[in-house]
Design a protein around this ligand. Structure first.
Ligand SMILES: [Zn+2]
Length: 255
């Protein structure tokens, strides 16, 4: 179990509703103060075994929660140091194996807000691995859909890839363990559901079948179809869940 999950267990927290970040912070010797901040999203000032965490009051609730948890990550891993975290430092969905202090704090925050031991049984109980279910799950954990979807994709054995686009192309992707080695093309195909969602704020469309060539740039890949479901995020990007329907596509192209 990772440090944040261990801490939850020590505190006797076993259900999502009890993940009260302010109370957890208090137990770690930190007080969270929500106030208007200029030029940063959150900060922590620590001294000996006490800390004060400031979090941007104007942010969305899921964002405030993640930011406070991110600062608790700094408190756990980088005790004795103070941090001023900009919006781009917190919750960046890129390589979680990075040793960058911000990524380490993010990983701690994700473990605290979306702990594996609570998510596992819920993932197993899902009827279908789709955004409809993941949006529900995000609500259960008071987390953003993006953070929840990344967590779920990294835990499932379904052959899926989560990919985010803006109009300039692919921003990032997370393949599940069974789709590892597949890389979505770096541009956004105007025929794809991802492209259409970029101009449809707040929308979610049902999964649909599309030629794999809309998503991958590989020789002869047009012989395969994939299923794609896209939605727009509050950041104005499109988030797509790609399901590989054919094991052969993975066997040929995943390397
Ligand atoms: Zn930080």
């Amino acid at each position: 179990m990772r440090p944040a999950e261990k801490f939850l267990v020590e505190l006797g927290i076993s259900v999502p509703d009890d993940i009260d970040i302010d109370a957890i912070a208090y137990c770690a010797g930190a007080e969270v103060d929500y106030r208007k901040l200029v030029g940063c999203e959150a900060q922590i000032i620590g001294r000996k075994d006490k800390a004060i965490i400031y979090v941007q009051k104007n942010a969305r609730q899921t964002r405030r929660r993640f930011s406070a948890a991110h600062e608790l990550g700094h408190w756990h891993h980088h005790r004795g140091q103070s941090f001023v975290c900009r919006p781009e430092d917190i919750g960046r969905p890129i390589d979680q194996t990075s040793k960058n202090v911000e990524r380490i704090a993010d990983a701690y925050a994700a473990d605290l807000i979306l702990p594996r031991f609570m998510i596992t049984p819920k993932l197993e109980a899902l009827d279908e691995f789709s955004f409809h279910e993941l949006i529900d799950l995000a609500g259960t954990f008071s987390a953003s859909v993006t953070a929840t979807a990344i967590r779920a994709v990294r835990m499932t054995r379904e052959p899926v890839i989560l990919v985010a686009h803006n109009l300039f192309g692919k921003r990032w992707q997370w393949p599940s363990v069974t789709a590892m080695g597949l890389s979505v093309r770096s541009d956004v195909d105007p025929r794809s559901t991802a492209f259409r969602m970029l101009s449809a704020e707040g929308k979610l469309v049902p999964p649909r079948k599309e030629p794999a060539s809309y998503w991958f740039e590989r020789r002869h890949i047009e012989q395969f179809d994939i299923r794609a479901q896209s939605m727009t995020t509050v950041e104005g990007e499109s988030l797509t869940l790609l399901r590989i329907m054919d094991q052969e596509l993975i066997d040929i192209y995943a390397h």
